[in-house]
Write a protein that binds this ligand. Structure first.
Ligand SMILES: C[S@@+](CC[C@H](N)C(=O)[O-])C[C@H]1O[C@@H](n2cnc3c(N)ncnc32)[C@H](O)[C@@H]1O
Length: 371
């Protein structure tokens, strides 16, 4: 929903086969919320609630009718049956009284509106009490992972990637694990430590289409070993926290040595051409061919891992790179596929927030308001 804000008004339309669309007309077109492909001449419908557009073939449920509601909105309605009226949009979900926009607080998970005083402290919880109470009580924490987690920093000065130190304190390790699961829960994101190819074929990510450094030898072995652990949701001594200035962010709970692997940037892979209007704040460049049709991006809005929560340096501040930045993101050719790896670019002290340069890749984010 978030990505599809540039949709047309609610209509059921049958676009006639007309002459080839000119560039301007093309820009006015929209992207199907299901398959992420442009809707140019095909029949389509807009969901009456979220206004996202869908090809007729992509509509779920498949009912061609006026006031059609997409499956996602039906699911939300069923989850929160008391608030399924569009008209109740500005009614506080606690006291049921109208909310002035200046006095509103919105739950990040269900998007429901509350008066500031009814919501409580947004600085503490990004989600409302209802969503908080619905979260799974036990997030699968696999104790057997302890064997795999027995990492230690090698005493070497080489320039190779290294594995993070294990968090030996059981409670702290569990908190680190749970903190990421909680952030993902709040944002309706599935945990997935991989690149997800549901909208394009994996073969389109051909690392040889760009001159990327290959990840080889000991670095490749270290990376693969780390992926064995991170696929289960463990990322060394890192905790995900929340505040109102930055939203969720990542903090180290133990010292992290220079060149320690932090994580791979995971999420859904799309053609850049299909995401030019995306409003996601987490787009990462994956393959840069010079053409929008063959360049690829990662967007961790449906699937993602801890990489989504690392903060960005403020590029408008002097010395940000030198002082604030402690992580670097770099794309490598990993056995023929481009992949983005985040690693410590200097020694990181316990308690430091992790920052990298969001503008290192192909996108220029406005970071002027960043802390
Ligand atoms: C990739 S997301 C990072 C995770 C995000 N904080 C969240 O809660 O989902 C990027 C967004 O995080 C926020 N952010 C990242 N770094 C920040 C910083 N240094 N100061 C303030 N906000 C920051 C901005 O809103 C930015 O658009």
């Amino acid at each position: 929903m978030k990505e599809q804000s540039i949709t047309l008004p609610i209509t059921m339309s049958d676009m006639k086969e007309s002459s080839k669309p000119k560039l301007l007309e093309f820009k006015k077109n929209t992207v199907c919320a299901k398959c992420k492909i442009w809707i140019i001449k095909q029949k389509y419908a807009n969901c009456v609630i979220c206004e996202d557009a869908y090809h007729f073939n992509c509509m779920r449920p498949k009912q061609i009718q006026k006031d059609w509601t997409c499956a996602h909105c039906i699911e939300l309605k069923n989850t929160f049956p008391d608030t399924n009226d569009v008209e109740t949009d500005n009614i506080c979900q606690k006291c049921q009284k109208e909310v002035d926009t200046k006095d509103e607080e919105i739950c990040s998970k269900c998007n429901k509106i509350f008066h500031k005083k009814c919501y409580g402290q947004k600085t503490i919880s990004p989600i409302c009490n209802f969503c908080h109470s619905q979260k799974p009580s036990k997030i699968n924490f696999n104790e057997k992972m302890n064997q795999l987690l027995n990492f230690s920093v090698p005493m070497t000065n080489s320039n190779l990637f290294i594995l993070p130190c294990c968090v030996y304190n059981d409670k702290l390790r569990q908190n680190c694990f749970q903190s990421l699961q909680y952030a993902l829960y709040c944002q309706n994101i599935n945990f997935n430590d991989d690149l997800v190819y549901s909208s394009i074929k994996k073969e389109l990510n051909n690392g040889y289409n760009e001159k990327l450094d290959p990840l080889i030898g000991k670095d490749l072995i270290t990376f693969k070993k780390y992926k064995q652990v991170t696929k289960n949701g463990f990322y060394g001594p890192l905790i995900v926290e929340y505040n109102s200035d930055q939203g969720f962010y990542v903090r180290s709970v133990q010292p992290i040595a220079y060149k320690t692997l932090i994580c791979e940037y995971a999420g859904d892979v799309y053609r850049f051409a299909d995401q030019v209007y995306s409003t996601s704040d987490s787009i990462m460049s994956l393959l840069e061919t010079g053409f929008a049709a063959t360049s690829l991006v990662i967007i961790p809005e449906k699937n993602g891992n801890i990489a989504k929560y690392l903060s960005g340096i403020n590029n408008s501040k002097k010395n940000s790179k030198k002082i604030q930045q402690n992580v670097k993101s770099r794309r490598y050719n990993v056995e023929g596929q481009s992949r983005v790896i985040l690693y410590a670019c200097r020694d990181i002290k316990s308690g430091e927030i992790l920052y990298y340069d969001y503008n290192e890749g192909g996108f220029k984010y406005n970071t002027n308001y960043f802390v």
